[in-house]
Ligand binder design. Structure first.
Ligand SMILES: NC(=O)NCCC(=O)O
Ligand SMILES: [Zn+2]
Ligand SMILES: [Zn+2]
Length: 466
């Protein structure tokens, strides 16, 4: 047995902050003790000095797309490169999306994603399932998947002809989820209307990346969010709205929550830190910022921060879906609708949110709540993941709150040739990362290995009585 003690840090969880030492035996946390108490007598094989540091749970990023085939190409991070980059950024668990292809079963999709991930991940991982073909067989399969730990299902009101489901299919999947405990995750944009606007924009010669943001109108995110909420209400199903970017969509979620409905909302760093100004950067630079839902005008950011503070939004995930500028984003030169949708960010989330603490948008505990504890609870991983407590997996980050860094593609570890946050100064930096008790990051050294990360079957959403 290996005993590790993390000494002298400020332990920050969603619930409390205390100066405490943390004792780890092999893969688990076994004790916390106030500094200077019985902890002084703990013997250990390895002592990590955390004086002046925060000791926080490893981040849980509940929305990533490693190796996703999309827009005629594939996301540029594999499970190996993407999970390694996540570790560098203090994230120790991801929940990625396995994809059902139209005409195929959920099982085929899930098996394919297991094959991509198994033996390759640096950190632990789980899967949601994208339902691209709702029919009698796939509805039945949902029950089986819930039973084996794939307890959440993403549906799309966007991308007709690719992942899109109509309202009838959505309602049927929601009814099934209400029954089997699967949480429905919704990409809420009116894709049918958006496709009309795309066609009209292109016909008018509006081909630059900034038109991606213009046609994917805020109203069409709000409308779809409203419709998804009503459909969930009819089905008696909870609802988790992914990558919320529009202030009016936040208002829809807030209204539903005020009415007592089990509706949850996720936003992403790109919507909190970037805007349509980035999409409008000169030449073809805006392509770097093409994602859906799209970046919004800056004014929306204040509403997203407010939503996070008031718990109208509960989770910040990255929607990490990187495409290189050269050779991938470039597929859409002359036609913005052909730019593969998605941004890199799995490495940057914990730091950007710490910057939000420094800037006064969030408290330290709320940082940990939205980035670690709530995503773990939402997706059935708590308290194994998302907290520092006896019995939890020893997924622990020693975080230096005073270190200064500059985000750059020159220094990041994601397999993508640009950074959406190039040149941004951040106060705070990961110093040491443990994944199930193994040190995977130590200062500027990566000590992990592909295959250390283990598949995590998940319980159902822990915010709902079942
Ligand atoms: N978000 C995005 O632009 N790409 C990834 C796929 C999705 O989440 O809709
Ligand atoms: Zn989506
Ligand atoms: Zn996504």
């Amino acid at each position: 047995m290996t005993r590790t003690v993390i000494r002298g840090g400020l332990v920050v969880t969603a619930a409390e902050e205390l100066n405490a030492d943390v004792l780890i035996e092999d893969e688990r946390i076994v004790a916390l003790a106030a500094a200077g108490s019985s902890a002084a007598e703990w013997t250990a094989d390895r002592v990590i000095d955390a004086t002046g540091m925060y000791v926080i749970p490893g981040g849980v990023d509940a929305h990533t797309h490693m190796e996703l085939p999309f827009g005629g190409t594939s996301a540029s991070d594999t499970f190996e490169t993407g999970t390694r980059a996540a570790a560098w950024g203090g994230t120790t668990t991801i929940v990625d999306f396995a994809v059902q292809s139209v005409g195929a079963s959920l099982r085929e999709g899930l098996d394919a994603w297991h094959a991509k991930a198994e033996g390759n991940c640096a950190i632990d991982y789980g899967f949601h399932m994208i339902l691209a073909d709702v029919n009698d067989a796939s509805l039945k399969e949902m029950d089986l998947l819930v039973g084996e730990g794939v307890t959440s299902f993403k549906l799309f009101m966007a991308y007709p002809g690719v992942f899109y489901s109509d309202d009838g299919k959505i309602l049927r999947a929601m009814q099934r989820g209400a029954d089997n405990g699967g949480l429905i995750m919704m990409h809420a944009e009116n894709g049918i209307a958006i496709d009309v606007l795309v066609e009209q924009a292109l016909a008018a010669g509006k081909t630059d990346p900034r038109y991606h943001g213009e046609v994917r109108r805020e109203l069409l995110e709000a409308e779809a969010t409203h419709r998804a909420i009503k459909l969930a209400q009819v089905a008696g199903s909870p609802l988790y709205v992914v990558h919320v970017s529009a202030a009016s969509a936040v208002a829809e979620i807030a209204g539903a929550r005020d009415a007592g409905l089990p509706v949850f909302g996720e936003t992403c760093p790109q919507y909190l830190f970037l805007s349509t100004d980035n999409l409008a950067e000169p030449g073809f630079e805006g392509a770097k910022y093409v994602c859906s839902t799209p970046l919004r005008p800056k004014e929306h950011q204040a509403e997203l921060w407010k939503g996070l503070r008031t718990n109208d939004l509960q989770v910040v995930s990255t929607d990490h879906c990187p495409f290189c500028f050269v050779g991938q984003k470039e597929l859409g030169r002359g036609d913005f609708s052909k730019i593969p949708n998605g941004l890199p960010g799995v490495e940057n989330r914990m730091d950007l949110l710490h910057q939000a603490v420094v800037d006064g948008h969030l408290t330290r505990r709320r940082w940990i709540e939205i980035a670690c504890a709530t995503p773990a609870r939402m997706f059935g991983l708590y308290p194994k993941k998302g907290t520092i407590a006896p019995g939890a997996d020893a997924d622990v980050v020693v975080y230096d709150p005073n270190a200064e860094q500059t985000i750059s593609a020159e220094t990041h570890h994601m397999n993508v040739d640009y950074s959406a946050y190039e040149g941004r100064r951040i106060t705070g930096k990961v110093r040491t990362v443990l994944s199930r008790g193994t040190v995977v990051i130590d200062g500027d050294n990566y000590l992990g290995r592909a295959g250390h990360g283990r598949y995590q079957p998940r319980a159902t959403c822990q915010y709902l009585d079942r």
